[in-house]
Design a protein around this ligand. Structure first.
Ligand SMILES: [Zn+2]
Length: 252
């Protein structure tokens, strides 16, 4: 179990570095998690620069957002240290461990919501991709079917209502969308992307930001050329052919 945890931590550190170097997050923004089992996941600790993390900067959480550590017999133990703060009428508890003085990410409830609602998801990335945030500032929506490859791989990218970052409402605004979407924009804040593993969640983040860049620039250049229903039908046919070929290869 410990080697599995360390392997996932190594993946989180590597992907965190890429996301930071690609400027999809800056400073200490964003958070990354990977599912361990049906009740626990690894998540980056609060206040860490994702480009400069080590193993101690990633903590274990349960699906209620409580912080655990893996003890020597590789069983999860609840930690005793916690720091609470008030947020409106809600009391949000961020837990940490005394040994390493790490707090669970303040956006932990985004992650617990995804894992509870999507058993197929094994990784979640919350980032601050600048063009996607710019689109939500300018009220440019990314849920129109405009780019064929994005329709085939990611589908529509919806934007949530506004909520304050790090508030429990962040989880509430994705609840209706996450069952149907692998990439969501949090209004004037950032993104949530998910995947069957951390690489897919990262690729979906890149796809979201690429879409935002293209649509933003196309909006500046002139009227958008929308796909016709015939073109959408041909894209759907092509997607079905590709999926069938892929499943044949995976059977072998
Ligand atoms: Zn954020």
């Amino acid at each position: 179990m410990k080697s599995k945890i360390n392997a996932h931590k190594a993946d989180i550190i590597a992907i965190g570095k890429r996301i930071y170097e690609q400027r999809l997050i800056i400073a200490t923004g964003g958070n990354i998690s990977v599912r361990l089992d049906n009740s626990h996941f690894l998540i980056t600790a609060s206040g860490m620069c994702k480009g400069l993390m080590n193993y101690d900067d990633i903590v274990i959480c349960d699906f209620n957002g409580k912080h655990y550590i893996a003890n020597d017999s590789l069983k999860y133990e609840k930690t005793s240290y916690c720091h609470s703060r008030e947020s409106g009428n809600d009391s949000t508890v961020f837990q940490g461990d005394t040994k390493n003085n790490r707090l669970v990410s303040s956006e932990v409830y985004l992650h617990t919501t995804v894992y509870k609602m999507r058993p197929d998801v094994h990784a979640v990335i919350h980032a601050h991709p600048p063009m996607a945030v710019a689109c939500s500032l300018a009220d440019i929506r990314l849920d129109d079917p405009l780019l064929p490859e994005i329709i085939m791989t990611l589908g529509k990218i919806p934007t949530t209502a506004f909520v304050a970052p790090s508030s429990p409402e962040s989880a509430a605004v994705i609840r209706d969308l996450i069952p149907y979407h692998n990439a969501i924009i949090l209004d004037r804040h950032g993104s949530v992307t998910v995947g069957k593993d951390i690489r897919e969640a990262f690729y979906n983040l890149e796809r979201l930001e690429f879409t935002a860049q293209v649509v933003y620039n196309a909006n500046l250049a002139g009227d958008l050329k929308r796909l016709s229903s015939d073109e959408l039908f041909r894209i759907e046919e092509s997607a079905q052919r590709y999926k069938a070929a892929l499943s044949e290869v995976n059977k072998k």
